[in-house]
Write a protein that binds this ligand. Structure first.
Ligand SMILES: [Zn+2]
Length: 138
């Protein structure tokens, strides 16, 4: 439902109808003319096991059933954020350390944000042929 509403709102934007201050828009869920403009929508979901909360989004909210629809700028913010979350990461090159041993150097940005020291133990958990989790010990 949320997606459908977002598409509808995007269409409204194309017609250059500003949403700000709008009241009594027909709700796609309960059918009442009970959707009002708000600047206090919150996007809340889980991506890759991490909770993402984006507050202060604009759009419409139904005062009866609570159905929400983000307007075009807010939808853009969500899309951008989700894209960064899913595709984000640090690109590194696998290097040859010695015969039969490969290694990855952690980029400086990773070292800055994580608690990594030389000589600590780490556990590598292969998830698929292309994905692994590295858990650092102490
Ligand atoms: Zn409703």
């Amino acid at each position: 439902m949320m997606k459908k509403t977002a598409i509808q709102l995007a269409k409204q934007k194309k017609k250059r109808k500003p949403l700000k201050g709008i009241k009594g828009v027909t709700c796609t869920t309960c059918g009442g003319n009970t959707m009002d403009y708000t600047e206090d929508l919150v996007f809340d979901c889980y991506v890759l096991g991490e909770r993402i909360i984006i507050p202060h989004l604009t759009g419409l909210c139904c005062r009866v059933c609570g159905e929400m629809g983000y307007d075009a700028p807010s939808s853009d913010i969500i899309d951008q954020y989700m894209h960064e979350k899913v595709t984000g990461g640090y690109e590194v090159t696998v290097s040859t350390l010695s015969a039969g041993k490969l290694g990855i150097y952690f980029p400086k940005d990773v070292l800055r944000t994580m608690d990594i020291k030389a000589k600590i133990k780490a556990i590598i958990k292969p998830i698929t042929k292309k994905k692994m989790i590295i858990e650092l010990g102490t």
